[in-house]
Design a protein around this ligand. Structure first.
Ligand code: ZN
Length: 449
């Protein structure tokens, strides 16, 4: 078991008795991450590619070719894993009719998201953590539903990661629920994610986090020819759309434009992911997505859920959204031979560590507040116990206002803390932490006089 030093070495500020907090890896999560197999991931991608095309509008009834065969295969994998879950995992196709929209859907068509639910063991814990990849693929012409569209990396990589995570986590149990989704209709306009996030909103699901994986299994860029399988990007919005109207005044007054729910989740993914996966750095990108592109996290973000996108560090645009062909000696197309399954293994590990750590953590602390009633050079915080889970204690996180990451992590068993750091100069947040060291997402205090 490795001890990970969490406190920053960057900070010149004095820190009295908490100078070093060591956080150990949770042996259960460490063992689960070790089960992720590059060979297994490769086999999942090979099978996905074998369906010829997984275009959302492709054949849904053929036994071997098209999106219908592909989603039935993913469902069969989920059902197979469910058998080893002791009745906690269930698998289903969520099917509906896409209506022609005059844009990327030219006639009515049957569409399905493939879902596996690993039910939490605590009946009082309503939290759901979602991991997704999109099953559909495309070629150059977005309406072409018959040409070979292997979609090995976009998004066979994310879908294979979801399948691999379901395979491994089906044998584990956590207090909270994990939902594994192979989303459809991404290329036609984020249709499957739109459907799922709207359902979650209507049914008031208690979604704690959404991890969207899209294009995360290849290691070299075109044009700049960078080869790198040691860094993974996480895209996150700083300012959730739903918060802008309601909380704009607070955000402006207190400088919280970099502390929205998605950005907090991205920081958490970096800390927890790097705790468990060796030789991989999670790189925060301070924007919701790349230029000219979209992703399945966005419909969730737009509905106020904490959602982020994982993508490889350097994309190769010759291998995305392209007819499979060779032109002037250059190979185009999203082929399996361009992928790096060791890289995909590590990237899947980041997802596993984050999901398992969240699902094992207590719920977030309640009513976290900061006292701003006086002119002081210290900071007083207080909070209440979480709705579910039995916290061993709490981590108080501190960073200077211009720093991208939390710099200090202080453990306390109390429900209040008084810190010798001026509230004017630092940001704070509080996490609940379980007996086995699994911390909740951080909650930024609201202010109280
Ligand atoms: Zn994609």
């Amino acid at each position: 078991m490795k001890k990970i030093l969490l406190t920053s070495l960057l900070l010149p500020i004095l820190f009295i008795s908490h100078a070093q907090t060591t956080v150990q890896r949770d042996p259960q999560i460490e063992a689960l991450v070790a089960q992720i197999s590059a060979d297994s991931l490769q086999a999942h991608v090979q099978k996905l590619v074998s369906f010829g095309t997984r275009h959302t509008l492709s054949n849904v009834t053929d036994k071997k070719q098209g999106i219908g065969a592909a989603r039935r295969w993913v469902l069969s994998k989920f059902q197979q894993f469910a058998q080893q879950s002791g009745g906690r995992m269930t698998a289903t196709l969520d099917t509906w009719t896409l209506k022609a929209d005059g844009k990327r859907v030219d006639k009515d068509h049957e569409i399905s998201n493939v879902m596996a639910t690993l039910k939490g063991t605590d009946p009082a814990d309503t939290r759901i953590f979602i991991v997704s990849g999109h099953i559909d693929s495309r070629v150059t012409d977005i309406m072409n539903r018959t040409s070979e569209a292997p979609g090995a990396n976009d998004d066979g990589s994310g879908t294979a990661a979801v399948i691999e995570l379901a395979r491994i986590l089906s044998k584990a149990s956590f207090p909270a629920t994990i939902l594994f989704v192979a989303v459809s209709g991404e290329e036609q306009g984020l249709l499957g994610a739109d459907h799922l996030s709207e359902k979650a909103l209507q049914e008031k699901w208690n979604i704690g986090a959404v991890l969207n994986n899209d294009i995360m299994g290849a290691n070299h860029s075109n044009e700049t020819h960078i080869i790198d399988n040691t860094r993974l990007r996480v895209f996150s919005e700083g300012l959730p759309a739903l918060e802008t109207d309601k909380k704009a005044t607070n955000i402006r007054q207190y400088g919280l434009e970099n502390d929205g729910a998605a950005r907090q989740l991205a920081r958490y993914a970096k800390e927890i992911g790097e705790r468990y996966v060796d030789h991989l750095e999670v790189v925060l990108v301070y924007r919701n997505d790349r230029f000219l592109r979209g992703g399945d996290h966005t419909p969730f973000v737009n509905r106020g859920f904490a959602a982020v996108r994982f993508s490889e560090m350097n994309e190769n645009f010759l291998h995305q959204h392209q007819d499979v062909r060779t032109e002037k000696g250059i190979e185009y197309g999203d082929l399996i031979k361009f992928m790096d399954f060791e890289y995909l293994r590590k990237n899947t590990g980041i997802n596993l560590a984050v999901l398992a750590n969240l699902a094992k953590s207590p719920a977030v602390p309640q009513e976290v507040t900061m006292d701003i009633g006086g002119l002081t050079n210290s900071t007083s915080l207080r909070w209440k116990t979480p709705i579910t889970g039995k916290p061993k204690g709490y981590y108080v996180l501190i960073r200077e206002t211009y720093q991208p990451f939390w710099q200090k992590k202080i453990f306390t068993m109390d429900l209040t803390i008084n810190l010798p750091y001026s509230k004017d100069n630092y940001f704070f947040a509080v996490q609940a932490v379980s007996e086995t060291g699994n911390e909740s997402l951080p909650i930024v205090p609201s202010v109280a006089r």
